[in-house]
Ligand binder design. Sequence first.
Ligand code: SAH
Length: 592
Amino acid sequence: MHIAIFYITENGLNLAKRLRGLYPDARIEKFRSDIVPKLWDDHRRLIFIMAAGIVVRTIASLINDKKTDPAVVVLDEAGKSAISLLSGHIGGANDLAREIAVFLGGDAIITTASDMNNLTAIDLWADENNFVIENMEIMPHVATRYINNGALRIYTEIETTLPDEFLRVSDPRFADVFITNKKDVYLKRQQCSSAECSTGSCHVKEQLYLRPENLIIGIGCNSNTSADEIEDSVKAVLNENNLSFLSVHSIATINIKTDEAGLKAFAEKYNFKINAFTADELNSVEGVSRSEAVFKATGANAVSEPAALLASGASELLIQKQKKSNVTIAAAELQRFTDSPICRSGKLFIVGTGPGGIEHITPYAQKAIKNSDVIVGYGTYLNLIQELIKDKEVISTGMTKEVDRCKKAVELAMTGKAVAVISGGDPGIYAMAGLVFEIIQEQGDILPEIEVIPGISALNACAARLGAPLMHDFAAISLSDRLTPWELIEKRLAAAASADFVTILYNPKSMGRPEHINNARAIFLKHRSTETPVGIVKGAMRENESIIITNLRDMLNYDIDMQTAVIIGNSQTFIFDNRMITPRGYENKYEI
Ligand code: SAH
């Protein structure tokens, strides 16, 4: 995709150079009307940093057909507006303008009508995630920018998963939306100098505040304090600390205050839950200030600070005790991810979905999937259970991205969501369960609740299709050397073969290594006869299922791939009625 950027002035040149950050290979040219025709045919994207009129006059005679004309975007020198001028759809000018706008913190100007759809609605998303919109009146401006840019820039101070078209920014100056409990996000932040400020102005205009309800207000009060006084005190303290009242989640106090009329009325007015703790519970919290008077009256060393900490699960206070005549107030941030009494952490189900379709998934596993908010898995397995997950948020990545997948799942569970990590077969057999635990162990963090839910593994499914080959001691060996050195695999093959284990081979033929199965066979032939029964099952319990019963001599004549498992019998295994059976030894003990 050849890109050319034309400029006229010094500022234009500077902006063109900044765009190199986005398009490192772009050709930068000082504008001359005769140079544009020369680049018109072999550059697919043309960016002009100058007045739109100049561009229109220059390209008028070159325009031919919307299927072949290049994308033309016009940009003002400050980088505030990126206008998609020509070939918006097919040529990609709309996308180009959006990309530039998001990169520069400006706006894309898009005039094609059909781009107004298919974006996650801000207010619905806020509502679903329990964020309260504070300055609703500016929503039209933000929504327009969002539609034009095709992306909404979010600055968030709390962990949250964002839809694809929401873009996380790390500097509030470039955000359309803030998610924060801070009343003013800029207060106490370093002021930017205009040289540093790449949009030329201090920040994107009209920024929307979304409030997470994550403040726990610890309250102690004298008897008969009025609801109004409590409300005024809470608001004043939050104000003084640059925190938003809209972010209050609930209040916390000592149990003997739950009948205090003023406190009850205040809580009812705003629908705040009152989290109440006994004096003993409050006294169990260390490192908070103590008051002799409070102790005499209540038996607790302190109320507002320990109550806020206990209810939030936080280890430190956001606001230390502040006294307003009859009311004492402290605040802490709700840790969604701890086992605080009001907010349990999320749950992580590690679910095995069996070999194929839904009928082979246990009812319990199906229930876990239904009860999950988010499904994380690898495409093929998810396709097999599409019916179960069609109305879920699904995060799917390629097969070799297991670590990313697991990390994402853990992260989401820590935000309080119920997450199902899906593995085909059993999740604890060459699958995701171990990896999840390894990741969590490494994090050493507060853990989400985890439940491993078993599934029918390929060894069960394939054995059932073949007859009863696993009736005696058996070994499962994966021939994939992606995570295990081949030498070790060979050692285990030799051990299983020499000890006369029935052996099931998982991952028998990795894409890159077709010879693994040949080597495995050769090892077995050292210890077992060529007539040893071998079962080859492909896609067990799936639509494309195929079942072959053969022996060590002929096994390589059949198609073996990554959807196949191979079962090699032991010295006693026999074939009967086109089934593969390993005797347990009953015939010696009982008359059959
Ligand atoms: N957790 C899975 C195994 C994952 S490793 C389980 O418990 O079954 C992937 C390998 O499993 C595949 O290469 C194949 O050897 C085997 N496998 C998985 N599903 C299978 C099926 N339906 N039929 C045959 N083999 C299967």
